[in-house]
Design a protein around this ligand. Structure first.
Ligand code: RP5
Length: 168
């Protein structure tokens, strides 16, 4: 099923998302077991007084929830999304498929990881052309927050439209 088809979620769900107050940074993790690994990101954003929200949304277990969040985040005022996941870490890529916001992926190591998090690192870094995800180091959530802060510090000015170059 294509991403376009999956977004056919209920208008009520979309309205509920739009109702939520908007922080500048949205942080997603794929599981409650990922939460602790995002503590350095939360601490960094808190120290910089950057508003943020944290949600547990799994790309595999709750794909509709991820689609709803990602497709409404920009309208709500979110400017950057940080997404952390382990193992077959699809979350950052799925978020980037549904949103034009900059997405920073954090590969996470868990007890079930292969190669100390190499599985998630490759899943997040090896995105296909046209769907970009910035990837920090394994368990590198602090760097994700610093990168988000640097993105927020930019004034913008470049158009969002794709260039004439092909994505292939
Ligand atoms: C991934 O699978 C999650 O991001 C997590 O890192 C890993 C294990 O999840 P749990 O089985 O602990 O929920 O999707």
């Amino acid at each position: 099923m294509s991403a376009e088809h999956e977004t056919q979620t209920s208008p009520i769900g979309l309205l509920e998302e739009l109702d939520e107050p908007a922080p500048l940074v949205g942080i997603l993790v794929g599981s409650e077991s990922d939460l602790e690994a995002m503590d350095p990101a939360l601490a960094e954003l808190r120290e910089r007084a950057i508003s943020h929200e944290l949600k547990v949304l799994s790309a595999h277990r709750n794909p509709r929830g991820v689609a709803e969040y990602a497709s409404t985040a920009q309208l709500r005022g979110v400017r950057v999304i940080i997404a952390g996941a382990g193992m077959a870490a699809a979350l950052p890529g799925v978020v980037a498929a549904y949103s034009d916001l900059p997405v920073i992926g954090v590969p996470l190591r868990s007890s079930k990881s292969v190669g100390g998090g190499l599985d998630a690192l490759l899943a997040i870094a090896q995105m296909p052309p046209g769907v970009p995800v910035a990837c920090v180091s394994v368990d590198g959530s602090r760097n994700a927050a610093i990168l988000a802060a640097r993105i927020l510090a930019q004034g913008g000015g470049y158009p969002q439209q794709p260039s004439l170059e092909s994505n292939e």
